[in-house]
Ligand binder design. Sequence first.
Ligand code: ATP
Length: 246
Amino acid sequence: MKAIEIEGLSFQYRNQEAGYALEDVSLNVEEGEFLGIVGETGAGKTTLLSAMSGVIPHHTNGEKEGVVHVKGKPVEEYASLYEMAVDVSLVLDSPENQLFNLHVFDEIIWGPENLGLDREEILDRGNRALELFGLEGFEDRITYNLSGGEKQKVAIASIYALNPDIVLLDEPTSQLDPIGTEMVFEAIDKLIEEGVTIVMVEHKIEEMAKYADRIAVLQDGSLRRVDETCSFFLEGDAHGIAPPQV
Ligand code: ATP
């Protein structure tokens, strides 16, 4: 079974002035793979992640055509975004939009607590996430006081604690300096080790290409190409060919 299957997806926001945010996009994400998505501003990257995470259609109105299946199930068949988050969870570009300024440990177990798991399982998931992302010693820090990279690491740990099969990341390094960016890619590397399926929108293409299995290029809402090796995007490996304009 594919992690995500998209067939003929078009989407126009209800209040969108002209054209489509996505036009006839067909794309599969294999279980356990890391698919990168790149493209210019307005190319439709966030809209595509919204369709994969269920934000479209559950929270955003517009004209949709085509189908999106997550783990073999049409996204419309999920009762809510909350129910979907157990299968597919989204990390936002800004950790401030995702975190509640709680203590780090409370931040991480907020999701499992709201899933109604028993206390032992909640603490177990929290401790596993702390350990996996090297956050031991941070438990009692308030997230507000952490660096940008540390905050994003906590945001990723809090998503991991939901135990989703698929994690979507929408430009998680966009507000970070090089050190913070490295922290985020290290955290993503941990997700890869855990066998999580990853779809990531990112402008720092060379960094992402070191980890991604494939990179999809969106342009004006359409899928232009999918690079199977990522070599095209890796520094020094383009054999003098300019990378596609993204
Ligand atoms: P960026 O790199 O700037 O985040 P993007 O590739 O993620 O861009 P989207 O945010 O998916 O692009 O936007 C695709 C198109 O849909 C753009 O033309 C945008 O103006 C439009 N759009 C996005 N969100 C909405 C909305 N809520 N209402 C109306 N139009 C929207």
